[in-house]
Design a protein around this ligand. Structure first.
Ligand code: HEC
Length: 139
């Protein structure tokens, strides 16, 4: 009995949400350990996340870029990774106060992955002008 209980506990632990590990396994390969991206190729999540969460369209953009949309993470896991990133890069963001990413939000906007990411991003940056620091249009 004790062994079965231990085993059950170990299996439950294995399924504990671990957004940091999810990021390392599913995102870090491109975006880097510290989310800095790769100049000229991969945008910096450190710069993008705090800026884009300032609008509804920005939140949708973040959740539907191909890397996020197509990852094998579940909707709940993707929400967890997004909240973990925001807690890392903009822990005091007023835009996120009381509005963490939820599984329901991810399910609603994640799919299909957006096409024309560059154009969408440029439009988004224009719409966010004056709202605070923004990432460069060219990453
Ligand atoms: C195969 C490389 C790759 C992987 C893996 C990847 N991404 Fe990306 N990501 C990109 C590229 C390239 C872009 C730029 C947009 C595009 O071309 O898709 C991007 C853009 C983004 C953006 C928008 C940032 C901006 O400034 O435009 C977010 C948010 C993002 N990725 C999150 C994630 C998350 C979360 C994961 C893990 C679940 C992930 N990505 C996995 C390559 C990747």
């Amino acid at each position: 009995m004790a062994v079965a209980a231990l085993l059950a506990a170990a299996m439950a632990a294995a399924h504990e949400p671990d957004p940091r590990l999810d990021y390392l396994m599913h995102c870090m390969g491109c975006h880097g350990l510290d989310g800095d991206g790769v100049r000229g190729k991969i945008p910096s999540l450190r710069e993008s996340m705090p800026a884009f969460v300032r609008s509804r369209a920005g939140r949708d953009f973040l959740l539907s870029v191909p890397g996020a949309s197509n990852s094998s993470l579940t909707d709940a896991e993707l929400a967890g990774v997004m909240n973990w990133l925001i807690n890392r890069f903009a822990p005091d963001s007023p835009a996120m106060a009381g509005r963490p990413f939820t599984t329901e939000e991810v399910t609603a906007v994640r799919r299909p992955p957006q096409s024309k990411v560059r154009e969408n991003r440029a439009r988004l940056l224009q719409s966010l002008a004056g709202s605070g620091p923004l990432p460069a249009e060219d990453y």
